[in-house]
Design a protein around this ligand. Structure first.
Ligand SMILES: Cc1cc2nc3c(=O)[nH]c(=O)nc-3n(C[C@H](O)[C@H](O)[C@H](O)COP(=O)(O)OP(=O)(O)OC[C@H]3O[C@@H](n4cnc5c(N)ncnc54)[C@H](O)[C@@H]3O)c2cc1C
Ligand code: SF4
Ligand code: SF4
Ligand code: SF4
Length: 404
């Protein structure tokens, strides 16, 4: 039996093992639950080098970055259009822009309309990097972009904390760590692609084939930016330099806020009914636990409740990260206390809901999502009312904060 990642179950699906394997026999494939998972195409070709296990964050208890002393800031881009278009304050985009202008390539996540998925991609110019703007609240397919990383270039790479933790192990193994600046974010988790496609196909029955998708839109302000937007326009029709304003194209537009009646995608995602299994059991990246140079997030919580343009929590872990923030004249950054920085964030992993397996079996069949919600989630929600009331009280009292 070969000693490779084939022995791991319910891993992060970060895709880094696909890039390191010298004989290229590992591929990221979607599993039955709708999550990316590495699969070995030809076990016989495995040369037992164990590199896949060496770079895998799931295979190690400790983080690849140790003993970091984090410093926290509140920040936002001084450019109002960038701030308006980004999910929080636009600091993530500004760091990428600053580094691209210094000759780095940037590896971030865009939404691919034809494959109905989020994916990592590599950009060489600020223009090319603009589709990374905005959070795509689904798991990204990283294999292609991570495999294209060259030893000779400098890169800015952003991703979920688990992707970044494996990625640091990878560049350390290649002895090219100094060429990289790594950015992650506070991470709620990633929902199943089965949920995403059911949701999207339900919407497409109303508006026709989607051409553009956005998970957040600040038309009603940052605190009310939780709304799904699906438009039957090509992304080429979108002026990335202006604020999100597709309504004026007078095409059928899907807009559903998380508030006021609620949006089904957000009901499933934010209530943690169908996240990746590892997001319940094996996530070791909450709050200040990171292997990135810099972490960003939404600065929710009492301190910034009247701020409505979008403000990032920014945490710096390394000297390289600190040097970048010192030079980042495009952003306003002010030091904040560590507890302010994590206000409103998930402090620990959610519990696996009892309906988990049943729900994943029901998803992915293009059934009306409302029906799946009514049949499976609603009865479960009734059962969990007491627990949810307790959580709400403790949230209000600030004892145990629940993430957004
Ligand atoms: C799945 C997911 C869960 C998150 N959970 C939280 C949370 O619990 N708390 C919190 O404060 N913030 C969370 N965030 C981050 C937050 O939504 C904002 O992305 C972040 O605050 C950065 O915003 P920005 O304004 O600086 O820049 P933006 O330009 O809006 O940030 C987008 C950045 O995220 C990257 N990105 C987008 N989608 C993905 C993806 N699917 N996988 C990997 N990278 C991606 C892009 O490459 C880009 O670098 C989450 C983001 C994602 C994608
Ligand atoms: S490197 Fe990533 S995708 Fe590969 S086994 Fe580990 S966690 Fe899974
Ligand atoms: S042990 Fe080496 S050859 Fe085998 S799958 Fe892992 S990286 Fe590839
Ligand atoms: S919650 Fe943790 S395990 Fe899940 S995607 Fe985010 S960082 Fe990875």
């Amino acid at each position: 039996m070969k000693n490779n990642i084939g022995k791991l179950k319910d891993c992060y699906g970060c895709g880094v093992c696909t890039a390191v394997c010298p004989v290229k026999i590992i591929n990221l494939k979607e599993n039955a639950g709708g999550f990316y998972s590495p699969q070995i195409s030809n076990e016989e070709k495995c040369i037992n080098c164990e590199l896949c296990l060496k770079v895998c964050a799931f295979n190690h208890k400790e983080l690849s970055l140790q003993n970091a002393i984090p410093k926290s800031y509140a920040g936002y881009s001084k450019n109002d259009i960038i701030r308006q278009r980004c999910s929080s304050g636009g600091v993530g985009f500004e760091i990428a822009r600053f580094l691209i202008e210094k000759g780095y390539k940037a590896c971030g996540v865009r939404y691919d309309i034809s494959n109905e998925r989020a994916e990592h991609f590599i950009a060489s110019s600020v223009e090319e990097y603009t589709p990374s703007i905005g959070s795509k609240y689904i798991q990204s397919f990283s294999q292609t972009a991570f495999s294209e990383i060259s030893r000779k270039e400098k890169y800015f790479v952003s991703g979920t904390p688990c992707q970044i933790d494996s990625f640091r192990r990878y560049i350390r193994h290649l002895k090219i760590e100094d060429n990289f600046i790594l950015l992650d974010f506070f991470c709620h988790g990633v929902p199943s692609m089965l949920l995403w496609r059911d949701y999207l196909h339900n919407v497409e029955k109303e508006i026709g084939k989607a051409g553009f998708v956005s998970w957040r839109n600040k038309t009603n302000g940052w605190h009310d930016s939780w709304n799904m937007n699906v438009d039957p326009v090509e992304s080429n029709d979108i002026d990335w330099h202006n604020s999100y304003n597709i309504n004026i194209l007078e095409k059928k537009h899907f807009y559903q806020s998380r508030w006021k009646g609620g949006d089904l995608f957000y009901k499933f995602f934010l209530s943690n009914y169908c996240l990746n299994k590892c997001c319940y059991k094996s996530c070791k990246y909450k709050c200040f636990l990171s292997s990135a140079d810099i972490r960003i997030g939404d600065l929710w919580g009492k301190t910034f409740k009247d701020e409505n343009l979008g403000t990032n929590a920014v945490i710096v872990f390394t000297e390289n990260g600190a040097k970048i923030l010192e030079q980042l004249k495009q952003c306003n950054l002010s030091p904040i206390a560590t507890n302010t920085c994590v206000e409103g964030q998930m402090k620990k992993c959610p519990s696996l809901p009892l309906i988990y397996r049943h729900l994943l079996k029901a998803l992915g069949k293009d059934e009306p999502l409302q029906k799946t919600f009514n049949h499976i989630v609603k009865p479960y929600r009734l059962l969990t009312i007491p627990k949810r009331i307790m959580n709400l009280i403790s949230y209000k009292l600030g004892i145990k904060l629940i993430s957004h």
